[in-house]
Design a protein around this ligand. Structure first.
Ligand code: FES
Ligand code: FES
Length: 159
């Protein structure tokens, strides 16, 4: 076992993990952060996307020990208390989800995309979101939501 200290959604945790433990399993099983979900476990679907030091990563593709000393934000830490983040709000307004399984990862990826590129074109949104798969929506309303959040000029995390 290896001892790690990670700041997750603003709280610092120190835990023992196996060297092979994936970050997504650490978040879900040891911290109870079940808002981050597992869709494939093979870094294909993006459902497990979180931010590691502010940049999106697929947490099934990162070892928990790699997060030692770093900061993780999950979908559970992106709102400001009761106030949804701008991207969450846009997903709600645009009906950008059906079953909702892909949504946490979509929101984390879109938030990172808009931090990097605050005024993307539709094409840039489609390319920026291509690592996140959705089985339900056909993507149209997801793209619309990301563009709406960008139009609001405040795509990033709550400050
Ligand atoms: Fe991580 Fe699918 S569960 S990419
Ligand atoms: Fe069902 Fe995207 S809303 S997978």
């Amino acid at each position: 076992m290896t001892k790690i200290t990670v700041k997750v959604d603003g709280t610092s945790y120190t835990d023992e993990v196996e060297p092979r433990t994936l970050l997504v399993h650490y978040l879900r099983e040891q911290l109870g952060k079940t808002g981050t979900v597992v869709g494939c476990d093979t870094s294909s679907c993006g459902a497990c996307t979180v931010h590691l030091d502010g940049r999106s990563v697929k947490s099934c593709n990162v070892l928990a020990v790699q997060a030692d000393g770093h900061e993780v934000t999950t979908i559970e830490g992106i709102a400001d208390g009761e106030r949804l983040s701008p991207v969450q709000e846009a997903f709600r307004d645009c009906h950008a989800l059906q079953c909702g399984f892909c949504t946490p990862g979509m929101i984390m990826q879109a938030t990172d995309l808009l931090q990097e590129k605050p005024h993307p074109t539709e094409e840039e949104v489609r390319v920026g979101m291509e690592g996140n798969l959705c089985r339900c929506t056909g993507y149209h309303n997801i793209v619309k939501a990301v563009l709406q959040a960008a139009g609001a000029g405040k795509g990033g995390e709550q400050s």
